[in-house]
Design a protein around this ligand. Sequence first.
Ligand SMILES: C[S@@+](CC[C@H](N)C(=O)[O-])C[C@H]1O[C@@H](n2cnc3c(N)ncnc32)[C@H](O)[C@@H]1O
Length: 238
Amino acid sequence: MTVAMQQKRVKFRKGKKMNLKKEIKTFCAKAGIWRKDLFGRWPYMHTPLQVAKLVELAVETRHIPGNYVEVGCAYGASTVLLMKTFDELSVARKGYALDTFDGFVESHASYDIETLGKNPSLRKSFRNNDQSWMRSSLDVSGIDNVEVIKMDATKFDYKRCGPIAYALLDVDIYLPIKDILPKLYDQLSDGGIIVVDDCVPDHPYWEGAYIAYREFVSEINSTEEIVSGKLGLIRKPQ
Ligand SMILES: C[S@@+](CC[C@H](N)C(=O)[O-])C[C@H]1O[C@@H](n2cnc3c(N)ncnc32)[C@H](O)[C@@H]1O
């Protein structure tokens, strides 16, 4: 076979592959299958203004030395957003992204359901995940400086992260936040910021986050600062 013939064949194969992808996507769109995965254009668990606030806080910490830690990274939307923000600002930070990739630890969920009276269906949240999904999200976004850690984040030694400039603590319920907040604060650089997500009093699912945030703020003799409706901030004075 001549080189020209070989090239023609490869071109034909590539063309066929492209059409197959188009056909499968079109089939799924029309049949209503995997629409969120294939056509979703909003990966965030935050509103546009909350996303803007997370970015604004990352910009605020640009001169603070230290790394980025996200506890409860789920599928990677906020990790990618914030690591790309640091990249655009030319701020060198390593990222640490922790998750069970299997939802809540049973004893933690039980506390919010049985002691705080929260909705029992929270038990089932975020179980449909896998560490490989998070790694793929980072890979396709061109991010190679995030360590992905699969474990119960209450068992992690946060000293491994070195100094922290910015942290997002996004594990939603009381016991893990109560346990992890002081550990993150110990590692937080002067001028650094911790964002505790879901600080909404009386929330039917996630009020435990607000209670743990409020208790910690009181322990360090600080004042509550909740922005964009649910982001509880903790700042270490300069
Ligand atoms: C709201 S999601 C995180 C969303 C993510 N930060 C974002 O904005 O895209 C909460 C995550 O916390 C994780 N999680 C809950 N308890 C945990 C624990 N003890 N250790 C590690 N991960 C935990 C869940 O598996 C879930 O993926």
